[in-house]
Ligand binder design. Sequence first.
Ligand code: FES
Length: 78
Amino acid sequence: MVRICVLMRAMYICNCNAVTDADIRREVAGGVQSFAQLQERTGCSDCCGCCEAEARAELAKATRTTADRTPLAIPVLA
Ligand code: FES
């Protein structure tokens, strides 16, 4: 058996509100689909706003990744 250990470090996206890329991925996995929802849930980019472009990019990336993992429907024979 081969075990692969991946250490994933979180990177701060929003320093004002201590929101990391991992937080954004977690929120997307929990159902967040828009930047407004992300702001509502995390407070990301509601202070100085200098993180907005990066937060939006991270949200888009996380949303694409989540969509890629959505299983296809499997036909069931009855
Ligand atoms: S760094 Fe995100 S609001 Fe300031």
